[in-house]
Design a protein around this ligand. Structure first.
Ligand code: SF4
Length: 336
């Protein structure tokens, strides 16, 4: 298979110049004790009122990315700026105060595990406010507002998590996350444990809340299908590197990285035109060099000697980057 190399000379660019992103990540690297890099060279933005979907399989680093933003994963290189504040530079008291203020909130993957089983809903939702030192009367009022915003019945206020349905528990986790009036919400696999009906309900809720509260929402998911209806933009991670990002519709229907194409073609209900290319996308190239630097080379149908060099995210049109030496030329092979 012969492919042309098409490498733009311009430096990587993310974000629309007219809108300052609420979340700005530049050159993010995360390593754990063994020195193994879990994330490397990540540049990513999210704007107020926007839902950014972050997709990747197990080991892609997507949860680590979210945890790094809230300070739960060790940042070894790069910067994470939220609303103009460099979170990676915060230390000691400044860090504790920023956490208490709750401008950045994280919704854990499994509400049954993350919510204290002995606390009633009113205390679960009010807890972040108590930690922030908000007086009890104001707290009670804001708990009710959060309850209403997430469509939870006030009759549930005195129930513990074990007496709630899965959908109700996830909405309690959401109410708890928004009660501090955050600017940025990171939702880690928010619908993976829910049935179809509750899944749609929670996704619609996130969609409404980002508008009503002007929130930037980052939804972490392994499931492209669930991001399709709700994300404005999608970022695709593979083995700790950002391989593609751009407007959701463009990434889903005209992917520029072979891994994004594989995800889109494999997702039930998503691929409308390229199912025929699935077999090709699942066939690794025999020409892939053993010493390829591209993280996807061992699975890539289009890998060749050029892929010895690590591909960096390059701008590919407005608000879009892809890290592949042969984008978009490889796409021609799908239509053959
Ligand atoms: S750079 Fe990576 S994704 Fe692109 S053709 Fe080479 S191996 Fe495949």
């Amino acid at each position: 298979m012969t492919l042309t190399t098409d490498r733009p000379a311009a430096p990587p660019a993310t974000g629309r110049p007219t809108e300052e992103p609420l979340l700005r990540i530049r050159g993010l690297g995360v390593s754990y004790g063994t020195g193994a890099r879990v994330l490397d060279g990540i540049d990513l933005d999210a704007r107020a009122g926007e839902i950014l979907g972050v997709i990747g399989e197990t080991g892609s680093g997507k949860t680590t990315l979210a945890r790094a933003v809230v300070g739960l994963a060790p940042v070894t290189t790069g910067r994470i700026t939220v609303d103009g504040t460099d979170r990676t530079a915060l230390r000691g008291r400044a860090l504790r105060e920023a956490r208490r203020a709750g401008a950045v909130q994280y919704m854990f993957q499994d509400p049954l595990r993350s919510l204290d089983p002995d606390l009633a809903v009113r205390h679960l939702i009010g807890e972040p406010l108590a930690v922030a030192g908000i007086p009890a009367d104001v707290r009670a009022e804001r708990v009710l507002t959060a309850l209403d915003l997430t469509g939870l019945d006030r009759a549930l206020l005195d129930r513990t998590p074990g007496r709630l349905s899965g959908g109700q528990r996830q909405r309690v986790a959401l109410a708890r996350a928004i009660v501090t009036r955050p600017r940025l919400l990171l939702a880690d696999e928010p619908v993976s444990a829910l049935d179809a009906s509750n899944r749609n309900h929670v996704l619609r809720l996130l969609d409404r809340l980002r508008h009503e509260l002007g929130l930037a929402v980052v939804v972490i998911s392994h499931d492209l299908d669930s991001l399709a209806g709700v994300a404005d933009r999608i970022a695709v991670l593979y083995r700790g590197r950002l391989v593609e990002q751009g407007p959701a519709e463009a990434v889903l229907t005209r992917p520029l990285h072979p891994y994004s194409a594989l995800l889109a073609a494999s997702a039930p209900g998503l691929d409308r035109t390229r199912r025929a290319g699935l077999a090709l996308l699942r066939t690794p190239s025999p020409a892939a060099p053993a010493d390829a630097a591209c993280v996807f080379a061992h699975r890539c149908p289009f890998a060749d000697a050029d892929c010895r060099e690590l591909p960096q995210p390059q701008p590919r049109g407005a608000d879009r980057t892809a890290a592949c030496h042969h984008a978009p030329a490889w796409r021609e092979h799908l239509s053959r």
